[in-house]
Write a protein that binds this ligand. Sequence first.
Ligand code: 8YV
Length: 324
Amino acid sequence: MKKTVLAFSRITPAMVEQLQGEFEVIVPDPKHGDVAQQFDEALPRAHGLIGAGRPLGREQLAAATQLQVVSSVSVGYDNYAVDYFNERGIMLTNTPDVLTESTADLGFSLIMSSARRIAELDAWTKAGQWKASIPPALFGSDVHGKTLGIVGMGNIGAAIARRGHLGFNMPILYSGNSRKADLEAELDARFRSLPELLAEADFVCLVVPLSEKTKHLIGAEQLRQMKPSAFLINISRGPVVDEAALIEALRAGTIRGAGLDVYEKEPLADSPLFQLPNAVTLPHIGSATTQTREAMANRAIQNLTSALRGERPQDLVNPQVYKA
Ligand code: 8YV
């Protein structure tokens, strides 16, 4: 008998078709009523779950008595209660590597957009404000040659650092749990404590995973440690930054600007950030290119399929639960 796969977020028709070759696939659909209710009803039958962007833990999965694997279409896995998965012997997989370069592209886009005021001046032009060459009050800041601070030098952080160092001649600083001798050699990257990095960098780029340790890593005190001319870029997770403190710092001119792809509460609606011209606000699109989302989908399907076949999935987050 085919095993059952249940989607916990929207997945593409191509993914459904691929999965249907081997599994019974259930995708809750708003056309058929309440999506949460459809999910809850199907849960006791599910051997595998696939999707992204939804917290799953003890409360949500109590009825999933047959569940063997949750395949997340994301690299970050802060939405999942890994300890509970371990307790239940449920495998958790993610999609690293395939989104590294696209997410780094987006990180660098936020550096460029915030420094050169791209979104703000685009809106200004379209509003018919361009009557003469722009006044100095609308000038931007240079990116090339400025100091780039990477907080959390993982794969994505390193890919952003490469863009900055090799393409824009930027000195690289980084902070985190461990020294990266290879990147120090390759990019002349210098290790700093977080306060040192905040004080020296012209662009502070947050690329850490969200955990108890990184929640509100950047608050009012850290923003005060940054230069008034510096920019904060967040492509990690919203709660890494105390958003109220950031809004205050942007209003007060404690820092020059921010480029944001993630927020404490998503989707972001009606935020004071919308009134701030020195905040670039994107709708969590780090990995959102056609090619990368397709690669993530394929990787998530591969992981799910391996797990349900009894094979060890390529991207197993909690290997301790795997039984050959
Ligand atoms: C998207 C992401 O949020 O991979 C991650 O951790 O944040 C993004 O790729 C999303 O999970 C895409 O499905």
